[in-house]
Design a protein around this ligand. Structure first.
Ligand code: GLN
Ligand code: ZN
Length: 760
């Protein structure tokens, strides 16, 4: 009989109770000896493998576990240790490994950036032109361990050469072929040793293949895999794509590999279309990424079983692996720890372990008849139906408002040039107004107060009083420093998305729904499960109090709709833009409430707008259009005299500056201090004609910038930007900084501004 198999692509490292994070941090703090640390890591690693086995997974990934990040593991395996870490060659010791991730006294950490369009950050490998060397065979080690300790014949996972190279930095385009040629023998050696060991399958992750790559690039990929196949013909390669579909499907399935993994969650339509149009080679295995690996919802199993049947019309079942759409790294570990969630929400959720169960059930159903799992199938559908029919998903008002959106809801009353004069009449700001991005240091005192209030040790009044005291103190400090536009300081917020999510209708929060963001840092994204609704003002109290203490304008401060969306797990029964607009409509009420209470400037932060950009260039316009619409919906109902600010903290604007301009914000503050010239040129090349606040110092470091260096940055900006449109501010919020350095840095910023002003 022809049977399908179950497979997994990667499992969360953090552990059910974040044991992994705790071990790492204890080790870094010197509270855990290296040997004990390694022992603990081994236990965690093995228990995760055992768990996947117990869940009935046939092809269990090994080598996806890491002490920090899988890209860093690859870099270290290839000996790509930047010179500044003074590695002598050979196997890379733990302290160097962690220095690359976190920096040390003498060397700054390697850059960290987002893994495709997820919230996971990887360490960017640096190629310094030196021939890489194989310092260890990590996949082989992982394979042996699983086999010897657990009797598991694992499927080693590594990042494929093309993705690895494309995500690395430090080389010019012209050096790419040389870099590839230098890496190939290392990959070959890994494969040959695995082949010798009798390994059956290896998974090569090549998510770069789902981005917009050229035909020439695809030819390079073909070259790479031909070489690999020839070098280790007995070893079978599963070439794994995820997060979308690959445009070069005919070329992809033609590669000399023995399996191709496709994403049937995020690339479903296209991948199905391609399989129907071009077929699938009879001598290859198809990895069917059917269960959504990066969202938290339970699968509609009857629907998935239909899909399997459909796919088996084109691919023989014994050549199918059923698997998640991507590594389960991007979802929390298990729903079973959630005890507070409403049953209708909890029943509709599936985290990593539950997703493995779904895969096992579908495989069993297909192989032994779906009647054997009919109860599972029915339950999944019933749970989803129950949530679908729940009143929270069907707030008629909200749906009506989104449907009735019209262009005038998205348009400020006057164009920027005209409203700007009116705003200036009211605000009377000096040239080069100085301000900050919103948050001030969240000292341990602030965090402790919040804990006491959350635990019920403090009443709401006591906590509010404490917050008012902080605000008062910092209004005073800001006046002393001489800033022109003040903020209340965001002391009442732990996280800029959680704070608003907790106050809006339609959001749920987990107790243990942690996912890894970078290194040991985990986040617990809110879950948007229902129609989003404004319930009551969320930020008015604090802003109004701050404004009551000063003659200077206080900026209201809220998180924008696209950032709230991109940093949450979002319901998947509605298009994302619908959810974005629901959030925008709710925030519009917040903006109106701030304005009605006398706030004259409102900042709507969108630091996550950029990371929502689709991987395919062809889909970007659509995303940007609805994202811009969401921002304008949030902000455009205010009076001409109310000034709208926005903030984004990254430095690549070139590819979407036009959309930034279409936000129609009166002022945008951006991160610039680390990438100065390049960024400003994005704005001047475009002829950006609204207010710009240049980040004049890096807030990621405790270093206090001198007035002179700030002057240099301002003057460089003034060479290309109109002084009337120019604002001065730090790169981002100051919540992670200490009080003293913050005050000293801001004083220098104000001093620098005054000096430049006097020269104008
Ligand atoms: N207003 C926020 C703050 O200052 C902005 C944070 C951000 O850009 N990530 O903390
Ligand atoms: Zn920022």
């Amino acid at each position: 009989m022809s049977r399908i198999k179950s497979s997994n692509l990667g499992y969360p490292r953090i552990g059910e109770n974040r044991e992994w994070k705790k071990a790492l941090e204890a080790f870094w703090a010197g509270k855990l000896e290296e040997a004990d640390f390694l022992k603990r890591m081994e236990q965690i690693r093995l228990s995760h493998l055992q768990k996947q086995k117990d869940h009935g997974i046939d092809l269990i990934p090994v080598g996806d576990f890491t002490f920090y990040d899988h890209m860093l593991d690859m870099a270290v395996m290839f000996g790509l240790v930047p010179k500044r870490f003074r590695h002598e060659g050979g196997e890379v010791p733990l302290h160097i490994y962690f220095s690359m991730a976190r920096g040390n006294q003498t060397a700054v950490a390697c850059e960290m950036t987002k893994w495709f369009n997820t919230n996971y950050h990887y360490i960017v490998p640096e190629y310094e032109g030196v021939q890489p060397t194989l310092t260890e065979n990590k996949p082989l080690k992982a394979y042996r361990e699983a086999k010897e300790k657990l009797g598991i014949q694992g499927k080693p996972v590594i990042v494929g050469p093309y993705t690895f190279i494309k995500l690395s930095k430090g080389y010019e385009r012209a050096q790419l072929p040389a870099f590839i040629l230098q890496l190939m023998p290392l990959y070959v050696q890994i494969l040959q040793e695995l082949e010798q060991e009798g390994v059956e399958w290896i998974q090569f992750d090549e998510p770069v293949l789902v981005t917009s790559i050229s035909k020439e690039e695809m030819e390079t990929v073909a070259y790479i895999y031909r070489q690999l196949h020839e070098a280790a013909p007995q070893l079978r390669i599963m070439l794994q794509t995820y997060f979308d579909y690959a445009e070069w499907y005919p070329e992809l399935i033609d590669l000399p590999v023995q399996g191709i993994g496709l994403d049937f969650a995020y690339g479903l339509e296209k991948n199905l279309e391609y399989i129907k149009m071009y077929g699938f080679p009879a001598d290859k295995v198809l990895g069917v990424g059917l269960v959504d690996g990066r969202n938290v919802w339970r699968s509609d199993l009857p629907k998935k079983s239909e899909l399997i049947r459909e796919i088996t019309g084109y691919v023989s079942p014994d050549r199918i692996w059923l698997q998640p759409s991507c590594s389960l790294l991007h979802v929390p570990v298990s729903v079973k720890h959630e005890t507070y969630l409403e049953p209708e929400i909890k029943n509709a959720l599936a985290f990593a372990d539950e997703k493995l169960d779904e895969i096992a059930a579908l495989v069993k159903g297909f192989n032994h008849g779906f009647h054997t799992v009919s109860e599972r199938l029915d339950n999944s559908r019933a749970a989803l139906r129950q949530l679908a029919q729940s009143p929270v998903r069907n707030r008629a008002e909200v749906h009506r408002s989104v449907e009735n959106l019209q262009t005038h809801h998205l348009q400020r009353n006057l164009p920027f040039e005209e409203r700007r004069k009116k705003q200036q009449d009211v605000l009377k700001l000096p040239l080069l107004p100085t301000t900050t991005i919103g948050s001030f240091p969240q000292t341990s005192e602030v965090r402790q107060a919040r804990r006491k209030w959350r635990k019920g040790e403090w009443t709401g009044e006591r906590y509010d009083e404490f917050i008012r005291k902080q605000i008062k103190n910092w209004i005073h400090i800001q006046e002393e420093i001489g800033l022109d536009v003040l903020v209340h300081g965001e002391f009442e917020r732990t996280d800029m998305v959680e704070f608003f999510g907790e106050k809006l209708g339609g959001f749920a929060f987990t107790q243990n729904g942690w996912v890894q963001s970078y290194g040991s840092r985990c986040v617990r994204p809110p879950i948007i499960y229902g129609d989003v609704e404004f319930l009551e003002p969320m930020s008015v109290k604090e802003s109004v109090f701050a404004q009551s203490l000063t003659e200077k304008p206080v900026k209201g401060m809220i998180t924008g709709p696209v950032t709230i969306l991109n940093w949450s797990f979002v319901r998947d029964d509605l298009p994302r833009q619908q959810v974005a607009w629901q959030i925008a409509l709710a925030l519009r009420k917040e903006v109106e409430a701030l304005e009605a209470s006398g706030i004259k400037m409102i900042q709507v932060d969108e630091p996550a707008l950029r990371e929502g950009l689709p991987l395919k260039k062809s889909s970007r316009k659509e995303y940007l259009d609805w994202a811009v619409k969401a921002f304008r919906l949030t902000t455009s109902s205010v009076k001409d005299t109310t000034q709208i600010h926005t903030h984004m903290c990254y430095c690549e604007f070139h590819d979407f500056i036009d959309s930034i301009s279409r936000l129609d914000a009166d002022v945008i503050s951006i991160e610039t201090s680390r990438s100065h010239g390049e960024l400003v040129s994005a704005f001047t090349d475009y002829d950006y004609d609204k207010g710009i606040g240049l980040g004049v110092y890096d807030i990621h470091s405790p270093r206090i910038p001198s007035a002179d260096e700030i002057i240099a940055i301002i003057e460089r900006g003034l060479q290309v930007l109109e002084p009337e449109l120019f604002w001065v501010n730090p790169d981002c919020g100051l919540k992670t900084r200490g009080v003293e350095e913050t005050v000293a840095s801001l004083k220098n910023m104000v001093k620098a501004t005054q000096i430049v002003r006097n020269r104008l």
